[in-house]
Design a protein around this ligand. Structure first.
Ligand code: PRX
Length: 627
């Protein structure tokens, strides 16, 4: 559908065919970036290790800023910031360049060296982006930790990265309240004993404790430094950033992305998929704490010289029309958000949209989870007014860039399908043996050829890199952890995760992470978590917990355990439902059968129980979940 409608949007003709010669295609794309030195080879592939544009010298911050200063983009707006309380500020490319250079000098003065990981724990404010680009400028990999994570989650990530510098803010605005980011940061700093210096942005004006010689105000430091800071010449394969994501064990993985290939991947996909034009006002609603914030709020769009809108708050504050107010105010043309947000807007009804002028919009996007056709149609009709194509983009923290997506003006759009692999990439749906599945058959998403923005490793854990992503098909293909099927046109329909990862509102949370947080509570003997279908969030967390001998079940304990998880990980990991039970369904060898727990939570017929050691556990649980 909508093939005609979308046609005017993209002038590129047969990009799929052009990109058949993959390496030639990617080399051409890389050439549109600014390199200090050209690469020796496009790809060196020693499975599962890739080197893209090896021998090349490049800087991501230079490509996002300096190269735009040579022409008319110098005075073009790079960032439009809208704060939750309604304050706003814009930065031209030249102004942003100044700020980034200054902060890069601040980091150098604080002793940050090339290769040292800097942790960023910040709200969605321009200084967060300035900090990322300043790190990139001096060659210090950043590790951005989502501001909604708890102090303990932050501490884990600081420890794993061995970070000595932390950049944070006094607080963050959230639905009219203030989140005490600096307090959380202080707890993490104490806990790890690693951090030597923190830089604090004054955002909310909240009273915070500043420790002499350790904590510095951003605005004080920025007064003392020059605006000139040459960008470090980085090897294409030097680390640009680490981003932690949940996996199937209790410990989050630091996904490693490098510089040249990543930048090539994100700038190319951003340009083609969002059909970027010079005058666009581009808004991606993702937080910088997630990969979408890295690739399509910062590096992709800024490398392309786009005007990027950054919004600090939530869609419902002060009113449920806040997003549409922003679209109207800044005449946003491209809008990229998550299905969970769309389902929420659907629930709120169309009144909020109708009272705002959305005529500036011309292209819509979604990411993070499968979009149900009903939500797609609603988005198309009520937000895009049946004029705007929707790009449903499938990708992951690990892929760094969008991998499966329609191209506006070229692809046939199908509600619920992310359609085809991006030109120059090879994504397949395979069975366990590694053979492509037939039309309509469910299989596993695999990436069968290396791609430029692919992860290079798991930080400090090579074994985990190999085991998690490359062991499924003997090191030949990348295993994404998703199931999917293809329709008669070869279009992809993603079903969801097949590992023990729950996708809550488009955010990945490992069941093992929640379970290990639970068993750290003194009352808990054992815990198992599953994702239960949820109308708005896609999936919601349901936890089943057995208590230690002598501990009594109570409603208070349930609340305490839920809060315990929020404190350990963050509010996004708090289970919607938590059941205290005497036993969990297990196999004779003692393995918890999560599949049965899922059946119970969903209220559906219980599947195969032949492997169950003791069926009485199941009966008791069914009774619990019904109440
Ligand atoms: O299950 C897929 C789902 O999100 C997972 C990746 O999560 P994360 O690394 O946090 O990155 C999210 C933003 C890129 C995938 O394994 N997912 C992402 N996009 C889609 C999707 N599922 C279906 N359709 C999508 N468009």
């Amino acid at each position: 559908m909508n093939r005609e409608l979308a046609k005017s949007f993209n002038t590129e003709k047969d990009i799929y065919q052009e990109a058949e010669e993959r390496l030639v295609f990617w080399e051409q794309q890389a050439a549109s970036l600014d390199w200090f030195k050209k690469w020796d080879t496009v790809l060196e592939w020693n499975p599962p290790y890739a080197k893209w544009f090896n021998g090349g010298k490049i800087n991501a911050s230079y490509n996002c800023l300096d190269r735009h200063l040579k022409g008319t983009r110098k005075d073009k707006v790079a960032l439009i910031f809208e704060g939750e309380p309604g304050d706003s500020i814009t930065y031209t490319y030249s102004e942003l360049h100044n700020e980034v250079c200054k902060f890069a000098n601040v980091l150098k003065d604080l002793g940050v060296k090339k290769g040292e990981v800097v942790t960023i724990y910040m709200p969605m404010i321009p200084e967060a982006i300035i900090a990322m680009l300043a790190c990139a400028r001096i060659g210090a990999p950043h590790s951005v930790v989502f501001g909604g994570f708890s102090s303990m989650a932050l501490a884990d990530r600081i420890r794993d990265a061995g970070s000595k510098i932390l950049i944070t803010a006094d607080g963050a605005h959230r639905r009219g309240k203030i989140i005490p980011l600096k307090n959380n940061a202080d707890l993490a700093v104490q806990d790890t004993g690693l951090v030597e210096k923190t830089v604090v942005v004054k955002r909310t004006g909240t009273e915070v404790a500043m420790i002499e010689g350790r904590d510095y105000w951003y605005h004080d430091l920025m007064k003392k430094v020059p605006t000139d800071c040459p960008a470090e010449e980085m090897d294409a394969e030097d680390i640009l950033f680490i981003l932690y994501t949940s996996g199937t064990t209790g410990k989050p993985k630091g996904v490693v992305h490098t510089t040249g290939g990543y930048l090539t991947g994100v700038s190319t996909t951003h340009k083609y998929i969002f059909d970027l034009q010079e005058e666009d006002i581009y808004w991606c609603t993702a937080d910088i704490g997630w990969i979408t914030g890295h690739s399509y709020l910062v590096y992709g769009p800024l490398a392309n010289g786009a005007t990027v809108l950054v919004y600090e708050g939530t869609p419902d504050y002060p009113e449920k029309d806040r997003y549409w107010e922003i679209v109207e105010k800044y005449k946003v043309t491209i809008f990229y958000t998550a299905p969970t947000a769309i389902r929420m807007f659907m629930k709120w009804g169309t009144t909020y949209l109708e009272q705002r002028d959305l005529s500036s919009l011309r292209l819509l996007g979604t990411v993070g989870e499968p979009i149900n056709p009903e939500a797609w149609q609603w988005y198309f009709k009520h937000v895009g007014k049946e004029r705007c194509p929707i790009v449903d983009t499938w990708w992951q923290t690990e892929t760094g860039m969008i991998m499966v997506t329609p191209l506006p003006g070229i692809s046939e759009l199908k509600p619920g399908s992310c359609t085809l692999p991006f030109p120059g990439t090879k994504v397949e749906i395979l069975n366990r043996a590694g053979d492509p599945v037939q039309e309509g058959e469910v299989g596993y998403v695999a990436i069968t050829e290396p791609w430029p923005a692919m992860l290079r490793n798991v930080y400090g854990d090579d074994k985990r890199y190999k085991d998690t992503y490359w062991s499924q098909w003997d090191g030949k293909y990348y295993y994404a952890g998703d199931s999917a099927k293809k329709d008669k046109d070869g279009h992809f329909w993603i079903i969801g995760r097949v590992d023990d990862v729950i996708n809550v509102s488009g955010h990945r949370i490992g069941t093992a992470e929640i379970e290990s947080a639970l068993v750290e509570h003194p009352a808990v003997a054992e815990a198992a978590c599953i994702g239960k279908t949820h109308q708005l969030k896609g999936q919601a967390i349901t936890a089943f917990v057995t208590l230690r001998e002598g501990i009594l079940k109570s409603e208070e304990l349930i609340i305490e355990l839920k809060n315990h998880i929020a404190a350990k990980i963050g509010a996004i990991a708090k289970p919607d439902e938590l059941y205290l039970t005497d036993e969990l369904p297990k196999t004779r060898s003692g393995k918890i059968i999560r599949r049965l727990l899922k059946d119970i939570a969903e209220g559906r017929a219980i599947g195969d129980t032949t492997t169950l050691a003791d069926s009485s556990a199941l009966e008791a649980l069914q009774g619990l979940a019904k109440n």
